[in-house]
Design a protein. Sequence first.
Length: 321
Amino acid sequence: TYLTPTLTAAMLYLFFDVNGTIACLDTVRGKGAEDVVLGQLAKRLKARWPKRSEGVQTSSLDLGEIQTYESYIKNEVVPRPANDEQTRKGGGLSSELSSQLKAERTAAIRANFWNDLRLSSLPSEECEFLRQGMEPRVKAAEQGMLVPAFKMLLKNLRKHQIPFSIVLSSFGHDTDEILDQVLQLDCQFRRGQRAHFEGDALVLDTASDAGQPTPSGTATIPLEQLKEHCLAVMQPDTVHAWTNDYNRWHLAGETCDFAKPFPDSIPTAHFWDDNHIYKQIVRPISGAEAQSVSRIHCVDMWEALGNEDYFWAHVQCSANR
């Protein structure tokens, strides 16, 4: 089924997180396709895993508590160093040590996942199903930095002549590279505004190539004006990039009040983020989360890599509600 006839001409305002949502290759951390797909499995797969002592498996028959494989790796295989000064103080790790830990955990997942899965509490039929699903998803991830399902969404929007604009909304500094990748997908795309959040305001870093002025005529847009700003600058075929304030969100306990702003009062706006299912990472500006719950999509990269219509189906379902 496709969008209802009454909505096919409605302008869509599409907001996307980047890594793990529309970008499946993590070049910053040196992750290849297999590492990315295994990482997605590790995030979503809950089971009882073989117990370990100081990272070494104690017995193939001795299983621990139910947890995701990602948590198991963090807690039992490659934990934070107990003698680290920041760990003792309960603070965050240095960026160097954090990067080292992430690399070690990625390597541990790659080296141990399939054997740990075989020894886990999951039925053998499910383990075999996951093993068979691995190869086609790795091949899909190897097609390029952008997920094939994201490219298919854009093709379907063109096919059904639905106007749309895109905002890449990320906590990281990876949006510029992804922005260039998206702009190359369609010759009609135009580079939009580059901006970042400071507190409760969007600060423009660059003017829009599309030549769209801001509603207030200034370089800073308070959140209460974000809807009007989006309606003004998110013209058809424009692609924008926002960097969100990670430090503010993290230091405030990663609560919704300081998460990625989403102008949900625009009835045809959608937001996709792979971490929203685990954390309060998207903040509906209206405060009425119930009205936007069907338009905030928790992305499962494992499913997205296995189904080219993954993102398109989200738009269809929301439009037909």
